[in-house]
Design a protein around this ligand. Structure first.
Ligand SMILES: *Cc1c(COP(=O)(O)O)cnc(C)c1O
Length: 375
């Protein structure tokens, strides 16, 4: 008789309590008419307070926030935006939609984020922005990127979708660039189901994006149904914002738990030589959205071995992002050595808030078994 598979361990799942349910139900019952923006306003205020930026606009997704922010910066046909090759497509898609071209550079082998050493040489007269994506919660080298941007008069944009809870020298991820974008997709640390946030400290940019976000209708325009430009429709609903308000009341708990899960893995895997996890350098806090193991080449451990071992254990681990330049719609840049090579020996580990120690021990046992079989 075949043994029953062990119970499924998901890789992500939102943390939703009575509070989220109560707020969402209240929004559904009462959040209409003159109250139709109440939770949206409250969510934006709570997020601004958390991040320490003066302006925020709730959106339907991070992709939408990036799209509007880049449009407001004037990025358009023929322009280039520098970014890391290792990324989710969402960071690159808005660039393409605006008619511009993402320029994919290699990642650092330790942070898996954009390598600042390569940025200066990639700048051309067409470069309109540097997109800093804090991969899996790991912080980009913001000081270097901001210095390069300043020297060339090129704005640095932060895609902080994966970096809620991450900090860099006391500043929160997403608060340092010309603008920041966040995601509240169901897999992210803070969720509204789908959703996002545009944040900035630049009042003029804020006004531009606010107008764009309202189908091009400026706040000053008193005439009804009179857009001043063709804008976008990337708004968050009041019901989604109600979920977000509850999540913001629990933000410390949510980020603390992600870090705790990460540290539990790290403490129990750090004796495996040639296996690295997400870095947390001095003066940096890693929000630990996605705990990742990367095996050195010398270990002989591959993604396929890890995938098979996790599948056998009924654990939903996920592969490391493929380089965007390996996808069919972009030109290949195999010279981006780390971006092309790292995914073949890496894996993302389950990390949802309600994960139990026993479940984490099963994940750890699986990683260790693959290691022992090879090394
Ligand atoms: C999830 C994610 C996005 C997309 O967020 P949506 O809200 O789904 O648009 C963008 N960038 C990064 C780095 C992400 O992880």
């Amino acid at each position: 008789m075949a043994l029953a598979a062990p119970p499924r361990i998901l890789y992500t799942k939102p943390s939703v309590t009575e509070l989220e349910v109560r707020y969402a139900a209240d929004a559904a019952a009462n959040g209409w008419g003159e109250h139709c923006y109440d939770y949206i306003n409250r969510f934006e205020a709570a997020f601004k307070e958390h991040l320490g930026t003066p302006y925020a606009i709730a959106t339907s997704s991070c992709t939408g926030a990036l799209h509007m922010g880049m449009a407001a910066l004037g990025i358009g046909p023929g322009d280039e935006v520098i970014m890391a090759d290792t990324n989710w497509i969402a960071s690159a898609a808005p660039i393409v939609h605006l008619g511009a071209r993402p320029v994919f550079l290699d990642i650092r082998s330790d942070s898996w984020c954009l390598d600042p050493d390569l940025v200066e040489a990639a700048i051309t007269p067409r470069t309109k922005a540097i997109l800093a994506v804090h991969l899996y919660g790991n912080m980009c080298d913001m000081e270097r990127l901001l210095t390069i941007g300043e020297a060339h008069g090129i704005p640095v944009i932060e895609d902080a979708a994966e970096a809620i809870g991450s900090e860099y020298y006391g500043k929160r991820a997403g608060s340092m660039g010309r603008f920041g974008a966040f995601s509240f997709h169901g897999t992210k640390t803070v969720t509204t189901g789908e959703g996002g946030m545009f944040v900035t400290s630049d009042p003029a940019l804020y006004e531009k994006v606010l107008t764009l976000s309202n189908h091009g209708r400026s706040r000053q325009q008193k005439k009804q149904f009179w857009p001043n430009a063709v804008g976008f429709k990337y708004k968050m609903s009041n019901i989604q914002a109600a979920l977000g308000c509850a999540q913001m009341e629990r933000i410390d708990e949510l980020t603390r738990r992600k870090r705790q899960i990460f540290h539990y893995y790290r403490d129990r895997l750090q004796d495996l030589s040639g296996v690295r996890m997400n870095p947390e350098p001095t003066n940096v806090v890693n929000g630990a959205w996605m705990p990742t193991v990367v095996f050195d080449e010398g270990t002989g451990v591959t993604r396929d071995m890890l995938s098979l071992a996790f599948a056998t254990q009924n654990i939903d681990a996920r592969v490391f992002f493929y380089p965007l330049s390996s996808l069919p719609m972009f030109d290949e840049v195999p010279g981006n050595r780390h971006a092309w090579d790292t995914p073949s020996r890496a894996m993302n580990l389950p990390s949802y808030h309600d994960l139990t120690d026993d479940e984490q021990d099963r994940v750890i046992g699986t990683v260790r078994r693959v290691f022992d079989e090879q090394c």
